[in-house]
Design a protein around this ligand. Structure first.
Ligand code: AMP
Length: 440
């Protein structure tokens, strides 16, 4: 596929400048495929996971549309609503809007639970163009009349499958019921279970479908290995693995919050700078841990799947599965944290006797065997029948085994055709007529 440039996407100059400031040279596949359609006012079904550049894929055209529109910001009535499952993801999306929108006068804020409502209410009262929210807090604010969705022109539902997993789908439907019928809608999901297909049908109107980087493609860029170990030895094994200086920034996954705390404690006992991030921690503690990790003060961040959702930290060199997930897709999500925006990474998994079945399921989904590290000091008795691979932190990986080259995984946009007709501006002229894609 030909590499489109950002300039070819015909975004406004101040937005292109912000993109350049970020050091982005070329749009990622989801950006080059989605942005032209979004500027045209089309609805979009984006099948993409975090790490593909999907935030900019929607934030850039939204900012472009708002910047060209020049209409007054209204108190409590945002023009754009982005709904996302976790606080971390919400904060990151809001930061992205701030970064990409720094040269255009678009106001935005983020609301989520677990923190005081007062400051959020104040900002909403003053008025914002873009509101990024998690469902629970948004519903609270709507029911108290601190926010009204009547003026929403663009609605983004992010990580729809996670919303479902986390039990938010009911709340999502309640929010959607508050939106005006005439709007532009975008739905992003890494996977498309039946419930999401149904939801997409109710939200989207003749959407363009853009699908990027199916899990196997991301996985191919990651050097994977598995170490068989008894459950009781996992903490010692982790201490040993972390002695490798090549591990600059490691994200360690445990199945439970308690497990995360125990791992952090044992790492701190051996002098490792480690922090846990999970739902039992206060928002402040989570943000401090994440910031320490970003800045390199904390080398090891220990997280559960839910807490890690949406964490966007550049330069995670290693993902370590202290516990293997029982849902194979979670494995793909987890290890994808290390192969952000075209970078490679390493994923090391610990597998105890009870987790062997999880490993088999994972291997089916990623369509490859994870190379086994046969020799290490904490090898479990019932050791593996297969292998061999070099030590976990060396270069022996699935990558060489499955080096089929990067395809980018682009399936191309499907479902073309005009948008909602009458109300849409159709082919937007990039010189004049920069009004929002729907007429008032
Ligand atoms: P996302 O999938 O939105 O979470 O983005 C993943 C990461 O890719 C973020 O750290 C972005 O800053 C980065 N990113 C987004 N677009 C580009 C681009 N065109 N070139 C390089 N990096 C990008």
């Amino acid at each position: 596929m030909k590499n489109t440039s950002f300039a070819e996407l015909q975004l406004l100059e101040p937005i292109l400048r912000a993109v350049r400031d970020q050091g982005y040279d070329t749009p990622t596949p989801i950006q080059s495929q989605a942005i032209p359609h979004l500027l045209d006012g089309r609805d979009l079904l984006g099948i993409a996971q975090t790490g593909t550049g999907k935030t900019a894929a929607f934030a850039l055209p939204i900012l472009d549309l708002l910047a060209g529109e020049r209409r007054p910001t209204q108190s409590r009535r945002p023009s754009v609503l982005v709904l996302t499952p976790t606080r971390e993801l919400a904060s990151q999306i809001s930061e992205s809007f701030a970064v990409y929108g720094k040269h255009v006068g678009v106001s935005q804020t983020v609301v989520f639970g677990g923190v005081g409502q007062g400051p959020q209410v104040q900002v909403l009262k003053r008025g914002v163009d873009v509101l990024v929210a998690t469902p629970g807090r948004l519903i609270d604010l709507i029911s108290q009349r601190h926010v009204n969705l009547d003026s929403v022109e663009v609605f983004v539902l992010d990580e729809a499958d996670r919303m479902l997993d986390m039990g938010f789908i009911h709340d999502v439907r309640r929010v959607i019921a508050q939106l005006p019928k005439d709007r532009q809608s975008l739905l992003f999901s890494a996977t498309m279970p039946n419930d999401i297909v149904k939801l997409a049908h109710t939200i989207l109107n003749d959407p363009v479908r853009v699908e990027v980087t199916p899990p196997a493609t991301t996985v191919e860029r990651i050097e994977q290995s598995v170490l068989f170990v008894e459950k009781a030895d996992k903490r010692k094994l982790l201490g040993m693995v972390l002695r490798d200086k090549a591990i600059e920034r490691a994200l360690v996954f445990t199945r439970t919050k308690h497990g995360a705390n125990r791992v952090v404690k044992s790492l701190q006992q051996i002098g490792e700078k480690a922090e846990a991030i999970h739902g039992n921690k206060s928002q402040g503690a989570r943000e401090r841990a994440l910031e320490g990790f970003r800045q390199g003060r904390v080398r090891v961040l220990v997280a559960t799947d839910i807490a890690a959702r949406g964490i966007d930290v550049v330069g995670i060199t290693h993902v370590i599965n202290f516990d293997l997930p029982n849902i194979p897709d979670s494995y793909v999500h987890r290890i994808g944290r290390t192969a952000r925006a075209g970078k490679d990474g390493t994923a090391i998994s610990f597998c105890d006797t009870e987790e062997r079945a999880f490993l088999r399921d994972i291997e089916k989904v990623i369509r490859q065997k994870v190379p086994v590290v046969p020799e290490h000091p904490f090898k479990s008795k019932g050791g593996p029948a297969r292998g061999p691979a070099r030590p976990a932190t060396s270069q022996a990986t699935s990558k060489q085994a499955s080096q089929r080259g990067r395809t980018g995984g682009n399936k191309g946009a499907a479902g073309r055709g005009r948008g909602r007709g009458g109300n849409r501006s159709g082919n937007r002229s990039r010189s004049g007529g920069r009004a929002m894609a729907r007429s008032a």
